[in-house]
Design a protein. Structure first.
Length: 463
C-alpha cells in the first residue's frame, strides 16, 4: 500500500512539474508577445516625440524583456532624457538613476553595439550635466575610459571635461604639472588622430559634392563628418585655453631641468618636452638645445631636423636652416606628419620670404589636401601683400578677395579650423572693395590680375 501511494505521489509531482513548466513557457511567450506589442506602441510615440506617452509601454519592455531589441536602449535614452528634463526632486533622481542603469544594461545585453568608453562617458556626462558629480569623480571616470578604451573614446565634450577636470585638480594641489602636460599631449594626439580620419573622408566626398554626383547617404556622411571635425576644433581651442600659462616657458624650463636626469633616457618624454618648448617658442633657452641635442643623439628623426633648422634660422643661418628643413621633410614617410613639417617650414619663413613660405605651404597641401592651416597661411601671406600688388587703390584692395578664397577653402577641407577660417574670411571681405567701390570704378564682372609674387587673378562680383 505504501509503495502504491509512493508511486502515485511521484506521478502527481511529475504532472505538476510539467504543468508548471508549460505555464512558464506560456508566460514567456506572452511576455515576448506583449513586449513586441508595446515596443510597436512606444515606437510610434517616439517618432512624433511624444515621450510621455511612450514612457509606460517602453518601461514594460525594458523591465520585462531587457534583451528583446537594442532599440529599447536607443529610444529609452531619449525618453528618459525627456523625463529628466521635465521633472524635479526625487522623481528626477529616479529617472537619472534609471538612465544610468540603462547605459550599463545596454553594454550588458548588446555589447557589440556599445563600448566600455562609450558607457563610462555617457554615465559621467549625465552626472556632470546634472551636477551630481565631483571634479575628482569626473576625472577618474574619464581617465578610466581614456586609458582602458582609447579607440572608442571619441566624444569631444568628454575629452575637454577629462582635461579640464585634471587642470582643476592640479590647481587644488591634487595632481602634478607633469601629469597635466602628459595628458595634454595624449588628448591633443587623440584629437589629431580623430580629425585626420574625418578630414580624409571629407576630402574624398568634396569632389562628388562639387560635381553633383554625391548620394544622399554620402551627403549625410559629409555633413556629420564636417560637424564632428568642427567640434574637435572647438574643443582643441578650449583645451589650449584651459592649459593657458601653465605651459609657458617660465613653467616648462624649471620642470624639465628638475626631471632631466631621471628622464633623459626616456625618448618619449624627451620628444614631448622638445615639442612643447618648440610650440611655445622657447628656442632661446639653453634647456631647449639640451633636450633637442639629446633627442638628435637618441633618434635623428624628422622632427629633430625641424628643431635644428629652427635654431639655425634664428641664428641667421638661412641656408643651413633650409637644408635641415628639407632633410626633415625628406625623412618623414607619413604623409600627414610630412605635411605638418612642410607647414612648419612655411610658417617659419612667412616673415622672411612670402614666396618661399607659399611654396612650402603648397607642398604641405600637395602632401595632405586636408591641411587647412596651410591654406590659412597662404591667405594671410596674400592679405599681407595688399600694398605690393596693384597700381590703383581698387586693385590693391582686390587682393583681399584672393585671400578670402583661400580662407574659405581652409574651412572646407578642414572644418576643425572653420571658426578661425570664418573670422579670417569675414575680415578679408570687409577690407575688399565695397559695392559702392565696384560701382564707382565701373569694375563689376571684370577681372583683376595680380602682377606680383601672388600671381593669378580674381573676378570682381557683379552688382
Amino acid at each position: 500500500m505504501k509503495k502504491k501511494l509512493y508511486f502515485i505521489a511521484i506521478a502527481f509531482i511529475s504532472v505538476m512539474g510539467v504543468s508548471y513548466a508549460q505555464e512558464d513557457v506560456a508566460e514567456a511567450v506572452v511576455d515576448k508577445s506583449e513586449c513586441r506589442t508595446n515596443l510597436s506602441i512606444y515606437n510610434e510615440h517616439v517618432k512624433v516625440k511624444n515621450y510621455d506617452a511612450a514612457y509606460e509601454p517602453w518601461k514594460m519592455v525594458y523591465e520585462t524583456c531587457p534583451d528583446f531589441h537594442y532599440a529599447n536602449y536607443v529610444y529609452g535614452e531619449r525618453i528618459l532624457k525627456h523625463k529628466i528634463k521635465s521633472s524635479s526632486g526625487s522623481e528626477k533622481t529616479t529617472f537619472i538613476n534609471t538612465l544610468i542603469d540603462l547605459y550599463n544594461n545596454y553594454q550588458k545585453y548588446f555589447p557589440k553595439r556599445t563600448s566600455k568608453a562609450g558607457t563610462l562617458i555617457d554615465i559621467q556626462l549625465l552626472k556632470y550635466d546634472e551636477k551630481i558629480s565631483t571634479t575628482e569623480e569626473d576625472y577618474n571616470a574619464l581617465h578610466k575610459a581614456f586609458t582602458e578604451d582609447l579607440e572608442n573614446f571619441k566624444h569631444s565634450k568628454a575629452l575637454y571635461l577629462y582635461f579640464s577636470s585634471l587642470v582643476d585638480l592640479h590647481k587644488e594641489g591634487k595632481q602634478d604639472l607633469q601629469t597635466v602636460f602628459d595628458t595634454y599631449d595624449d588628448v591633443t594626439e587623440k584629437i589629431e588622430v580623430e580629425n585626420k580620419e574625418l578630414t580624409a573622408r571629407i576630402n574624398k566626398l568634396l569632389p562628388k559634392e562639387d560635381d553633383g554626383t554625391i548620394t544622399k547617404k554620402e551627403a549625410k556622411q559629409l555633413k556629420a563628418d564636417s560637424g564632428n571635425s568642427e567640434n574637435y576644433g572647438l574643443i582643441s581651442g578650449s583645451i589650449d585655453a584651459k592649459l593657458g600659462d601653465l605651459a609657458n616657458c617660465e613653467n616648462l624650463v624649471p620642470l624639465y631641468e628638475k626631471n632631466f636626469d631621471a628622464k633623459q633616457n626616456d625618448i618619449k618624454w624627451i620628444k614631448r618636452a622638445v615639442g612643447r618648448m618648440f610650440a611655445k617658442d622657447c628656442l632661446d633657452d639653453p634647456m631647449f638645445r639640451k633636450l633637442f641635442e639629446k633627442q638628435l643623439a637618441m633618434e635623428p628623426s624628422p622632427s629633430a631636423y625641424l628643431y635644428s633648422a629652427s635654431l639655425k634660422l634664428k641664428a641667421g643661418d638661412s641656408k643651413g636652416a633650409l637644408g635641415d628643413f628639407n632633410k626633415a621633410s625628406e625623412l618623414e614617410t607619413d604623409s600627414f606628419k610630412k605635411s605638418n613639417i612642410l607647414y612648419n617650414i612655411a610658417a617659419r619663413y612667412s616673415r622672411i620670404s612670402k614666396s618661399t613660405s607659399r611654396t612650402y605651404a603648397n607642398k604641405a597641401i600637395d602632401t595632405n589636401p586636408s591641411n587647412g592651416k596651410a591654406y590659412l597661411l597662404i591667405a594671410s601671406l596674400i592679405a599681407g601683400s595688399a600694398n605690393d600688388c596693384g597700381s590703383t587703390t581698387f586693385e590693391k584692395r582686390a587682393i583681399y578677395w584672393k585671400a578670402a578664397e583661400y580662407s574659405r577653402k581652409a574651412a572646407r577641407v578642414d572644418p576643425s579650423i572653420s571658426k578661425r577660417a570664418g573670422q579670417a574670411t569675414a575680415s578679408y571681405n570687409a577690407k575688399a572693395p565695397s559695392k559702392s567701390d565696384i560701382f564707382s570704378n565701373n569694375m563689376q564682372g571684370k577681372t583683376v590680375t595680380f602682377n606680383c609674387w601672388v600671381g593669378g587673378s580674381v573676378k570682381v562680383p557683379n552688382l
